[in-house]
Design a protein around this ligand. Structure first.
Ligand code: ADP
Ligand code: 5GP
Length: 202
């Protein structure tokens, strides 16, 4: 059986990663990895669905047990990708999407070079501020912090394989889906098994 592909989606807070991911996940055979975080839940966020909300002590314990594929401190809170579930899904042939920050994406690229890194950009910085403001989840201080961090994050964009500008939502979703489809036709280890089988049949 083919192994699943690992897709990493990053980009500035408010660019539309969550919105795009939720639509990608409507497809069969794709799952989003639920991260662990020390951040306080926002209104409507559910433990085990949005994130696993844990204490700093529990997060630290998972680091010591080598339970993360990657982890990082983002905007003053810790976030990490639990290792076991992701590896199990990939092995069973399911694609996995990680919606994680740049520090995490770079760790994944090192430890799992086959991962496909996709960067989501807003059409402008003014639109980014507008989207975060209208989402209504951040205080003025948190919004400014997130906007400020964007400048630093943009300097790592060349580490990514693809960049999608989320101007019109439907178009952006289609572009991400197209990347995922194309990646399934990329020459990989699996093709050798197929070629060997064909040779035997000849
Ligand atoms: P992120 O996960 O990157 O922080 P969200 O998915 O939460 O961003 O999107 C931020 C806000 O922008 C949300 O209120 C969302 O509904 C809105 N949004 C997302 N994509 C678009 C788009 N293409 N056009 C207009 N608004 C958008
Ligand atoms: P938010 O607090 O808005 O949910 O997420 C803040 C940032 O943390 C986003 O850039 C998001 O992609 C990132 N993030 C979420 N989960 C993880 C994770 O498991 N690892 C890393 N490195 N970043 C994450």
């Amino acid at each position: 059986m083919n192994t699943g592909r690992l897709f990493v989606i990053s980009g500035p807070s408010g660019a539309g990663k969550g919105t795009i991911c939720s639509r990608i996940l409507e497809q069969d055979n794709v799952r989003l990895s639920i991260s662990m975080t020390t951040r306080t839940p926002r209104d409507g966020e559910v433990h085990g669905k949005s994130y696993y909300f844990v204490s700093k002590e529990e997060f630290q314990k998972t680091i010591e047990e080598k339970g993360f594929l990657e982890y990082a401190e983002v905007y003053g809170n810790f976030y990490g990708t639990p290792k076991m579930e992701v590896m199990g899904l990939l092995k069973s042939g399911t694609d996995v999407v990680l919606e994680i920050d740049i520090q995490g994406a770079l760790q994944i690229k090192k430890s799992y070079p086959e991962a496909v890194l996709i960067y989501i950009l807003p059409p402008s910085m003014a639109e980014l501020r507008k989207r975060i403001t209208e989402r209504g989840t951040e205080t003025e201080e948190s919004l400014n912090r997130r906007m400020g961090e964007t400048l630093n994050e943009l300097s790592y964009i060349h580490e990514y394989d693809y960049c999608v500008i989320n101007d019109e939502l439907q178009k952006a979703i289609q572009r991400v889906k197209a990347i995922m489809t194309a990646e399934h036709s990329r020459i990989s280890e699996d093709i050798h098994k197929i070629v060997e089988q064909y040779k035997e049949e000849l």
